[in-house]
Design a protein around this ligand. Structure first.
Ligand code: SAM
Length: 242
């Protein structure tokens, strides 16, 4: 079957959301990937279908109950087996490498948290991996899940029309894990600003060399972390010391 995103959420109506538009939406309609939502509310307790309760030890807010989340995870487990990820600010930061790994697999079950988060015991019991989309706190995991799905689905074969765009972009292997060089398009002169002449020269070797230099310069300046990883692999240490 096609790559599957299975989402456990209090807000199934948030999906596909923006993923239903443009390239990811077209790919969804073409069946290149599937979307399944599991409404956490259906597993809630009592007449009001409560999913949360006050935090043990006190403190502000509410926490999603272990038994309720366990029931939703068991429901998710009845389908095709998929890795389970909890979108969480405490998780390992999402990377292009992780998106590539997930795109190569059968899909993913994503847990979207709300409130103060989820009872730790159910995360431990199901050995759930935690993934963050960055060092800031959102109100819920739905947008984070959409970020992960968008980054992953576009790497599934045939989702993007032109495969070359994947090979050369930021973080890609073809771009040696660097940031992408600046892009330009017509008109050649805009607001007194020219396109770098080499890009209009038709000299493909010179263009590749210019882009490579720009990618290196940009990465060195903006992302010392990426630059170090690149320099360890690609830069001659004797030359780099000068
Ligand atoms: N109390 C939690 C903490 O301090 O780590 C934050 C809970 S947050 C208000 C509610 C939900 O939003 C989380 O359970 C998670 O699913 C989602 N979320 C918030 N920030 C996120 C991030 N940076 N990456 C991924 N998911 C996030």
């Amino acid at each position: 079957g096609a790559w599957t995103a299975r989402i456990i959420t209090l807000f199934p109506e948030a999906f596909p959301g923006i993923l239903g538009l443009s390239l990811t939406g077209k790919a969804l309609k073409q069946g290149l990937w599937n979307l399944q939502t599991i409404a956490l509310r259906e597993f809630g307790m009592g007449r009001h279908r409560n999913v949360d309760d006050t935090p043990a030890g006190g403190g502000a807010g509410m926490v999603i109950r272990a038994d309720v989340m366990d029931a939703a995870l068991r429901e998710a487990g009845r389908g095709q087996p998929l890795p389970v990820i909890y979108m969480s600010p405490r998780g390992r930061p999402l990377t292009q490498t992780r998106a590539r790994e997930l795109a190569a697999g059968p899909g993913v079950t994503l847990i979207c948290g709300r409130f103060e988060g989820i009872d730790q015991r159910v995360l431990d019991a199901h050995q759930v991996e935690e993934v963050s989309i960055g060092d800031y706190v959102l109100t819920g995991g739905e947008i984070a899940a959409q970020v992960l799905i968008d980054a992953t689905v576009r790497l599934i074969p045939r989702v993007l029309g032109n495969h070359d765009s994947l090979a050369e972009e930021s973080f890609s292997i073809g771009n040696r894990g660097l940031l992408e060089a600046p892009q330009f398009t017509k008109p050649a002169l805009w607001d007194g600003r020219e396109i770098p002449p080499v890009l209009l020269s038709g000299n493909h070797a010179a263009i590749a060399k210019w882009r490579s230099g720009e990618a290196e310069g940009l990465t060195k300046q903006r992302r010392p972390d990426l630059w170090r990883a690149y320099a360890d692999k690609h830069v001659d240490p004797a030359k780099d010391r000068q």
